[in-house]
Design a protein around this ligand. Structure first.
Ligand code: NAP
Length: 320
């Protein structure tokens, strides 16, 4: 029979590792399934592993590199006794207690781990254009977060890809720093709300490039320009920019919980704010997997703390 854990944490970004620090310090010996690197951009440590400088995480007045920050989170959790497993959950069953988690063959009769409480911090993925240079140049001109990286593009010409509210919001925000922001959209009509459209169109620094897709990102070490294709004529053109913000949406990593936990229409887990409780008692969620609004490392960490305290209280109330 697999060992029964008080707390199993699935995911190891700022939310999961903060939950690990708190539950470890509460002597709950958390087990963290930190994930495995994959060709699709998954990695233990979450999205900050794909960034360079992080300047808005409090406590680091000179900034810190994203991967270094996540190593610090991990070391801090391990120091208090969190057990890390570099594996990815392949199946989760929360229909009865103890909760069951599988690693490897999801059809195996016996689960790999049993858990009295489960903290889900599997995060979300920024959708990408899937271009050859794109992942390599993240942190070197390619970004998925204007709030995080806009500051690095002071007085530069940059592009934002997408035509939804995120793209327009990011473009408007980026005009605080950039000399110009070109919104590259694949159609000639925006998906964004009218108010966001009006705001963007009234902004002198924003230029629209309609019916255009990015065919190529130019640059070896950093972004030096984009090659665009006209979606109507197929004509190619060059756009001289030093930054490309991809704002074509996010996808929460919730496949494991479909038909088991309540989700919004967009797939994000529903938590009973201000608690981290999900629709199943004893299962808590934190970080980007349940946050389609803020998506910041610090808000993820804060919600990880809340999930840990919720789990601790739940165990106490249920005769831990
Ligand atoms: P979204 O509404 O799904 O828009 C995604 C945009 O990216 C669309 O314009 C889409 O083009 C484009 N796109 C998708 N895949 C693409 C690809 N492979 N190549 C090029 N372009 C691609 O996503 P979002 O803007 O992130 O917004 C998500 C939700 O959050 C929405 O409900 C939005 O209203 C909400 N939101 C609200 C606010 C706010 O109110 N302040 C801010 C941000 C987001 P097409 O239009 O051609 O499909």
């Amino acid at each position: 029979m697999p060992e029964l854990h008080d707390v199993v944490i699935v995911g190891s970004g700022p939310a999961g590792l903060t939950a690990a620090i708190y539950t470890a310090r509460a002597s709950l010996n958390p087990l963290v399934l930190e994930g495995e690197p994959s060709s699709t951009g998954d990695q233990p440590g979450g999205q900050l592993m794909l960034t360079t400088d992080v300047e808005n995480f409090p406590g680091f007045p000179d900034g810190i590199m994203g991967p270094e920050l996540m190593v610090n989170f991990r070391d801090q959790a391990v120091r208090f006794g969190a057990k890390m497993e570099t594996v990815k959950a392949s199946r989760v069953d929360v229909s009865e207690r103890p909760f069951k988690v599988w690693v490897g063959d999801p059809d195996a009769a016996e689960p790999t781990y049993l858990a009295k409480t489960l903290i889900i911090s599997t995060g979300a993925k920024a959708l990408m254009l899937e271009l050859p240079n794109e992942t390599r140049l993240i942190g070197h001109g390619v970004s998925t977060c204007a709030t995080c990286d806009g500051f690095f593009f002071r007085d530069q010409d940059i592009a934002v890809i997408g035509g939804g509210d995120s793209a327009l919001e990011e473009a408007t925000f980026l005009t605080k720093f950039a000399s110009s922001v070109t919104i590259v959209h694949r159609r000639d009509e925006l998906r964004a709300s009218k108010i966001m459209q009006d705001r963007a169109m009234a902004n002198e620094k924003i230029v629209f490039k309609w019916n255009s897709e990015v065919a190529e990102i130019v640059g070896e070490e950093k972004v030096e320009g984009l090659v665009l294709t006209d979606t109507k004529t197929g004509e190619r053109s060059e756009l001289a920019v030093t930054g490309m913000f991809v704002a074509i949406g996010h996808r929460p990593n919730t496949d494991l919980f479909v038909d088991q936990l309540d989700m919004k229409d967009n797939g994000y887990l529903i938590t009973k704010s201000p608690s981290a409780a999900t629709s199943v008692a004893g299962v808590f969620a934190c970080g980007d997997v349940q946050d389609d609004t803020f998506r910041q490392a610090i808000t993820a960490a804060g919600s990880g703390c809340a999930a840990a305290i919720d789990a601790e209280r739940w165990l106490e109330a249920n005769e831990h």
